[in-house]
Design a protein around this ligand. Structure first.
Ligand code: NAP
Ligand code: MG
Length: 461
């Protein structure tokens, strides 16, 4: 008898589905299939792989409404956020269908003469992919699309909270013409056992992980045993800076998106909002008024903000806010939550947060905006960079030159200038410091699934 586990709707706590609870033997079986499919898939033409990925893009659009409902049901996010995610997720199939036919390469002459060098990029091999629950579709396509474009086959473990979207995407890929064994999905409650089995298997040549910095560190340690090619998209602690000359309407709108998209459960979420002291009063009043208008509840009822993913997440966010208040912050504005069983937390604005407060050091991962005031550019940059993370940052300023100067001084892989979103399939997504290694999307995203080889050719004069 196969073991199974239950997938729950975090807005109602109702069971949605039962999926297989796989273990080490199943994990090895998935690698068996991915390894035997590799020989043929890695030798298909770039154009063939491009056509398959382009069909996957079309099929995601054909099924976008059903997929958005599925994302909302297992993750809890609003239908607006779910539709946006499906559109974004599908774009990775389109972008990498375009990149698949541009594998690149170089031809060079050696300085001493007598030799020519041909540089090529070949697929790294079978890749293990591990994804989080907060973007159940986009984190899956952002890895599968470049891997398949490069000619890799993959084994993927979705988060236990949200395996259904990954399974639905795998079915679409089969319909698009992906052969058996090229994409293997392993659903499990035993992440360590399944992923550990993959990392020990000599046939697996790559680990690409998106999730928390803690689990990323653990996987890097395991990957060290076989010197495994590793890409890590980890946690963030994004600052959002508002200068005294910023367009306040744009800054408030941008902060609403940067903070509350996905209910604050995003690695790029604005965790720390730094507002210049001259405009802090106005900003907090306007931003707070918007926050109080946010509706919280089930996606099907049209709510703007859904539940947190789990009881643990609700406990953690509650504790983070309680501690912030103990440390001197003040709850200036708050929305209301429905009287329902889901893991709902009210969107909250914390004013008077001070340098050194715990809430500025850790990822909040919920609908809570912590506001700090500042006076001086140099001191601002020092505070903003005082974190082990470096994923996203945002700057709102009236003078574009100043915005760019501040943006360049922030230690982050991505900086939104006068906008609250940075994600774009054509741009290299990723972090510095403990927010990760490598990039996803853009040309760089393809390179993560390739290895450089050169042929040194004797070329007598
Ligand atoms: P997580 O707890 O690190 O889990 C991520 C994935 O790793 C899940 O599939 C999880 O499986 C798996 N996992 C957990 N423990 C494992 C272990 N010992 N060995 C192997 N795999 C293991 O992160 P999360 O809570 O799902 O997601 C939130 C985090 O992801 C945040 O820190 C956020 O910033 C980060 N994130 C980063 C990006 C980025 O691009 N940089 C994007 C989105 C999210 P289970 O579900 O079974 O635990
Ligand atoms: Mg987890």
């Amino acid at each position: 008898m196969t073991l199974t586990f239950t997938v729950e709707d975090p807005a109602t706590l109702e069971a949605i589905a039962e999926v297989p609870d796989q273990g080490a033997d199943d994990a090895r079986g998935a690698v068996d299939r991915a390894a035997s499919a590799y020989a043929a898939w890695s030798r298909t033409s770039p154009r063939h792989r491009s056509d398959v990925l382009r069909r996957a893009f079309d099929l995601m659009h054909r099924d976008k409404d059903e997929l958005a409902v599925l994302v909302s049901r297992e993750n809890g996010k609003s239908l607006t956020d779910a539709h946006a995610e499906i559109g974004y997720a599908a774009e990775f199939f389109r972008w990498f269908s375009e990149e698949a036919v541009r594998p690149g390469g170089e031809y060079g002459e050696s300085p001493a003469g007598g030799t020519r060098t041909i540089v090529r990029h070949r697929p790294v091999g079978v890749a293990a992919l591990v994804t989080p629950w907060n973007f159940p579709a986009a984190m899956v396509t952002r890895k599968i699309a470049p891997a398949l474009a490069a000619g890799c086959t993959v084994v993927l473990k979705p988060a236990r909270e949200t395996p259904l979207t990954a399974l639905a995407i795998a079915r679409l890929l089969t319909e698009a013409g992906v052969p058996e064994g090229v994409v293997e999905i392993a659903t499990t409650t035993r992440a360590g056992e399944v992923v550990g089995t993959w990392l020990e298997d000599a046939r697996v040549r790559k680990i690409s992980f998106t999730g928390s910095t803690g689990v990323g560190r653990h996987l890097l340690r395991q990957a060290a045993d076989r010197v495994l090619n590793s890409s890590m998209e980890l946690g963030g602690n994004a600052p959002l800076v508002v200068t005294e000359d910023a367009d306040l309407d744009a800054a408030v709108a941008g902060a609403m998106v940067a903070k509350f998209r996905n209910g604050g459960q995003a690695c790029t979420a604005a965790n720390r909002i730094y507002v210049h002291a001259d405009i802090a009063f106005d900003f907090v009043a306007r931003f707070g008024a918007e926050v109080e208008k946010l509706t919280v509840g089930r996606a099907v009822d049209g709510a703007a903000i859904g539940p947190l993913i789990s009881a643990t997440a609700l406990r953690d966010v509650t504790a983070a806010v309680d501690l912030a208040v103990e440390e001197g912050a003040r709850i200036s504005h708050r929305a209301t939550t429905p009287d329902a069983p889901g893991h709902f937390y009210p969107p909250t604005v914390l004013a008077n947060v001070q340098e050194g407060d715990t809430i500025l050091r850790e990822e909040i991962f919920g609908p809570v905006a912590a506001i700090v005031t500042w006076h001086d550019d140099d001191d601002l940059i020092r505070q903003v960079n005082d974190t082990e993370y470096g994923l996203a940052a945002y700057v709102f300023a009236g003078d574009l030159g100043r915005a760019l100067r501040l943006g360049e001084r922030i230690d982050a892989g991505m900086v939104g200038i006068n906008r609250g979103v940075v994600s774009d399939p054509s741009a290299p997504f990723g972090g510095v410091k403990q927010s990760g290694l490598g990039r996803e999307g853009a040309r760089e995203g393809l390179r993560e699934f390739q290895e450089t080889q050169y042929l040194s050719v004797d070329w007598p004069e």
